[in-house]
Design a protein around this ligand. Structure first.
Ligand SMILES: Nc1ncnc2c1ncn2[C@@H]1O[C@H](COP(=O)(O)OP(=O)(O)OP(=O)(O)O)[C@@H](O)[C@H]1O
Ligand SMILES: [Mg+2]
Length: 311
């Protein structure tokens, strides 16, 4: 194997613009024109600790799942944590294209599909990326086979693979953080991701809101909690492509009613976010001065505080 040098992810010493203010309740009285984006950390919120498995989930397409998975991974890796991202979306495999896996030469290439069909372990399907501290389990369109021809116990596959890996590593995951980037559907692979995770992180695109969609995600999370994963909780809602509007504010209030224990975190809109995947770099590296880089940095520090990351 030819080792590629891995790029260190920078810490953001002077984040763009002002950092977002952290509040414990919404200020309902200020008119929205005078309102500033704020991070809501309700008194019931509990920050996560390593080792933690997150699923970034919303069945609505284009909600900001892949962007959130990549940027949170980059923020935690910059803070010195060992991070793995699992691509659980067969459709465009956007994550596997963005975080180009570094396959060793002359060996079979595994993916999340191989883990579902018991062709390899999770560790064998995990590859380095070009970024220090971030590894990836890639996927491609063949992950759809899981939906058409489900292997026995498919819903439990990710949970079992994570448990087996931790056991082999002496009872603790070799990663401080695992982030699963879910597909825009509530199919079997998404249910397996929810079943394997400790926490769901829900990105919602401001302006792309669909109330019916939010209700069905809520219902799926509830039934996973009842049937396959009672420990699952919603840790944070990320309001992506945030712009100041009366609507953004209403949305923030609504999600904190739906998920009273979750942090609600705005991620400001920037064209740089849309450009970053083409450069095959996280926004943090491509445009460290752009608002979303700083907002995701703060989001990471709130969700799972690590040495070196200050909210
Ligand atoms: N903060 C932001 N500002 C501007 N554009 C953004 C922001 N976050 C994400 N985007 C853009 O929105 C689009 C959808 O984002 P992304 O691919 O992360 O969503 P997704 O939920 O993973 O989509 P899919 O459901 O197709 O997997 C992308 O073009 C992305 O670059
Ligand atoms: Mg995606």
């Amino acid at each position: 194997m030819t080792e590629s040098p891995r790029t260190a992810l920078p810490s953001l010493k002077s984040p763009p613009g002002e950092r977002l203010e952290i509040v414990s309740a919404w200020d309902a009285d200020t008119p929205y024109q005078a309102w500033r984006p704020q991070i809501l950390v309700p008194p019931t919120f509990r920050p996560a600790q390593p080792s933690r498995v997150f699923v970034v989930v919303n069945q609505k397409g284009g909600a900001g799942k892949t962007t959130s998975a990549v940027e949170l991974a980059a923020a935690w890796a910059a803070a010195g944590l060992r991070v793995r991202v699992i691509d659980a979306d067969h459709q465009e495999a956007a994550l596997s294209v963005w975080l180009v896996p570094q396959y060793p030469e002359g060996k079979p290439r595994h993916s999340l599909r191989s883990v579902f069909f018991e062709e390899c372990s999770l560790a064998e399907a995990t590859y380095p990326t070009l970024f220090a501290g971030v590894d990836v389990v890639p996927s491609s369109t063949d992950l759809q086979q899981v939906e058409y021809n489900p292997p026995i116990g498919a819903e439990q596959t990710i949970a079992a693979a994570l448990a087996q890996e931790a056991e082999e590593a002496g009872g603790r995951s070799p990663y401080d953080v695992t982030l699963i980037d879910a597909a825009p559907s509530l199919g079997l692979v998404t249910v397996a991701a929810l079943t394997g995770a400790d926490e769901a992180l829900v990105p919602i695109k401001v302006g792309g809101l669909d109330m019916k969609g939010m209700a069905s995600l809520h219902k799926t999370i509830r039934s996973v909690q009842r049937k396959t994963n009672p420990k699952l909780r919603v840790g944070a809602v990320l309001l992506t492509a945030w712009d100041k509007s009366g609507f953004a504010r209403q949305l923030a209030a609504k999600v904190s009613e739906d998920y009273p224990e979750a942090a609600v975190i705005p991620i400001r809109r920037s064209i740089r976010a849309a450009e970053a995947p083409l450069s095959e770099e996280p926004i943090r590296l491509y445009a460290p001065e752009a608002a979303p880089a700083g907002d995701y940095d703060q989001a990471a520090a709130v969700i799972l505080p690590a040495p070196g990351v200050a909210a």
